[in-house]
Ligand binder design. Sequence first.
Ligand code: 13P
Length: 251
Amino acid sequence: MRKPLIAGNWKMFKTYDEVLSYAGDIIQRISDVKDVEILICPPYVYIHPLIEALKDSAVKTGSQNVFWEDSGAFTGEVSAPMIASIGTEYSIVGHSERRQLFGETDETVGRRVHAAFRGSLTPIVCVGETLAEREAGTTFDVVESQVRKGLAGLDADQGASLVIAYEPVWAIGTGKTATPEMAQEVHGFIRKILSDLFGREVSEQIRILYGGSVKGDNIDALMAQSDIDGALVGGASLDPASFERIIRFKR
Ligand code: 13P
């Protein structure tokens, strides 16, 4: 059985004081939740304070990116061993905002994925088509290429611990969600590619998250789909009450 993972991607939001007050609030709200893994990925500067603030809770903290080298003269970059050394387990890799605004390619995604594993981090590898690609009928080609290139060279052990996030670009921050059926169609397709890459047994262990305008009013139907194993939540993770509602999705 795949344990559901509900992850918040805070993107570039919140001040330090807001981070601390959020942490105090969310701890109270979800202290009884046992069967869902909960993760928050804040901007780099808040990872350590958030780990400290959440230390008496089950909420984990991850990064929004990771550099592909382990150390060296790379001003402004942060490496996997650094992120892991402060007690972080997960790193988002290849988010569509990185792809669209910061020149991320499938090749650099692949390098970051390998760096994450070298540094004992679990990558959450993001894939998803743009609106133009969906309208052109190329969704499956685009997603397949992103998955195969992003995961190239991984062995089955690495495959087994990997997390994938399917985030259709047209659904991010727009209020438009893929219908649960549309999302399931792509998630099922991704699992078939994972089976081809790592074998069926491993593919059944890999969690595939859905992301793109996930809210309290659509999470239940999304989570009811057989290949949707969690959510990567942007806007709705910024408010403890709405994030709590998503964490408490109805089964
Ligand atoms: P929204 O939930 O704000 O649409 O963002 C989704 C996302 O990009 C999560 O990584």
